[in-house]
Ligand binder design. Structure first.
Ligand code: BDR
Ligand code: CA
Length: 316
C-alpha cells in the first residue's frame, strides 16, 4: 500500500476523489490537507470531515492549509465555482455536522513531517491550488528529494483552459505557487484538462449509486447530479460531467490509465496568460524534464475501475 495525502478544495469532484482513495485497496490514505478554490479553505475542510464520516473513514485526519494564494491576502469564492459546485461546495447536499474537528497541526507541517517519515513511500495528490505544497517546500526545501511522487490535477497543455483560454482553475488560483512546484526537484505527474475533460460520468452511473439504497450512495448521487446539471446548464457538456480529481488519485496508483510525455514545463505567473502551463523554452536542452504530462487516457478502463471502487464502497 502507498501512503497518500490528498490536498483538496473539497467540491464535487474532490468529494469523488476522497471516495476513490478510501475505496482503493492499494491506498493508505494518511491525511487530507485543505485548500481553497471551490470554496473557502475552512468550508472545504469541513466538507472533507463530513464526507469521511459519511464513508465511515473517521480515522483519516484533516488538516487546514493556506486560506489564499501566496500573492494575495484573501480569497473570495467566485460565483462561477459556487454555481458549478453549489454554495456549500458539495452540490447543496446537507450532511450532518462532523463529530470530529480538524487537527491542530497545520497542513503545511503535516506535509513536511510525512515527507521525513515516509520518504519515497509517500504520494501527494493535490487537486486544488498548489499553495500548500509551495509553502511546505519553502519552509523545508529538503522534502523535494524525499517524497515519492506528486500527481496533481491541474493545468492544460494540449487543450484550452477552463477559466480562461490560457488557464485551468486550480493553477489559475495561484500561478506563482504552481511555478515554484514545477521549478522544484519534486517528481511530478500532471493530470490536466488534456485527459480529465475526456472522462465522462452520466446520470446512468449515479443512478446505480442511488439504487443501492444506502446513505452514502444516495448522498454521492445527489452531490454528483448537481455537478452534472451544472455542466448541462452552463453548456460545458450536455451528457455528463468530467471526473477530474479522482483521475489524479487513479493515475498516482495506476499510471497505465494515461500515456504521458516528459517535458520541462513552467507556469506563466503574470499578465493575461497567468496560469498557463507551457513548455519552458529556457530549458529545451535540459536532459532532465521536470514533469510527466498526461496527454491521453484509457477512459473506459478508468471509468470501470472508478465505478467498481465507488459502488463497492457505497454498498457497505
Ligand atoms: C479543477 O477545478 C476545480 O473546480 C475542480 O475541483 C478540479 O480540481 C478542474 O479544473
Ligand atoms: Ca478540486
Amino acid at each position: 500500500k502507498r501512503k497518500m495525502i490528498l490536498d483538496l478544495d473539497t467540491g464535487v469532484d474532490d468529494a469523488l476523489a476522497i471516495a476513490y482513495a478510501v475505496a482503493d485497496p492499494d491506498v493508505d490514505l494518511i491525511g487530507i490537507v485543505s485548500s481553497y478554490g471551490n470554496n473557502r479553505m475552512k468550508t472545504c475542510a469541513q466538507n472533507s470531515l463530513k464526507l469521511l464520516e459519511l464513508l465511515g473513514a473517521t480515522d483519516v485526519p484533516v488538516f487546514e492549509g493556506e486560506a489564499h494564494s501566496c500573492t494575495t491576502d484573501h480569497f473570495d469564492p467566485e460565483q462561477v465555482s459556487l454555481d458549478i459546485h453549489g454554495q456549500n461546495g458539495i452540490g447543496e447536499v446537507q450532511l450532518p455536522d462532523p463529530k470530529r474537528s480538524v487537527e491542530k497541526e497545520s497542513g503545511v507541517d503535516f506535509f513536511i513531517d510525512a515527507a521525513h517519515k515516509y520518504g519515497k513511500d509517500l504520494i501527494i495528490v493535490p487537486t486544488g491550488p498548489m499553495t500548500n505544497l509551495a509553502a511546505a517546500i519553502k519552509k523545508d526545501p529538503s522534502i523535494t528529494k524525499l517524497i515519492g511522487n506528486v500527481t496533481f490535477m491541474g493545468g492544460a497543455l494540449t487543450v484550452e483552459g477552463n477559466v480562461s483560454e490560457a488557464a485551468e482553475a486550480n493553477i489559475h488560483q495561484d500561478p506563482k505557487a504552481a511555478d515554484e512546484v514545477l521549478e522544484s526537484d519534486l517528481p511530478l505527474t500532471m493530470v490536466g484538462l488534456d485527459v480529465t475533460l475526456r472522462t465522462l460520468l452520466t446520470k446512468k452511473e449515479t443512478k446505480k449509486w442511488r439504487d443501492l439504497g444506502t446513505k452514502a450512495g444516495k448522498a454521492y448521487a445527489d452531490i454528483t447530479d448537481y455537478y452534472i446539471d451544472a455542466y448541462y446548464n452552463m453548456d460545458i457538456d450536455k451528457k455528463g460531467c468530467a471526473i477530474h480529481d479522482p483521475l489524479s488519485v487513479g493515475v498516482a496508483i495506476n499510471p497505465s490509465f494515461v500515456s504521458t510525455i516528459s517535458l520541462y514545463m513552467k507556469c506563466v505567473t503574470d499578465g493575461p496568460e497567468a496560469g498557463r502551463t507551457v513548455g519552458n523554452n529556457a530549458r529545451l536542452h535540459d536532459p532532465n524534464p521536470n514533469v510527466k504530462v498526461a496527454v491521453n487516457v484509457d477512459k473506459d478502463l478508468y471509468l470501470k475501475v472508478f465505478m467498481d471502487q465507488l459502488t463497492g464502497l457505497f454498498k457497505q
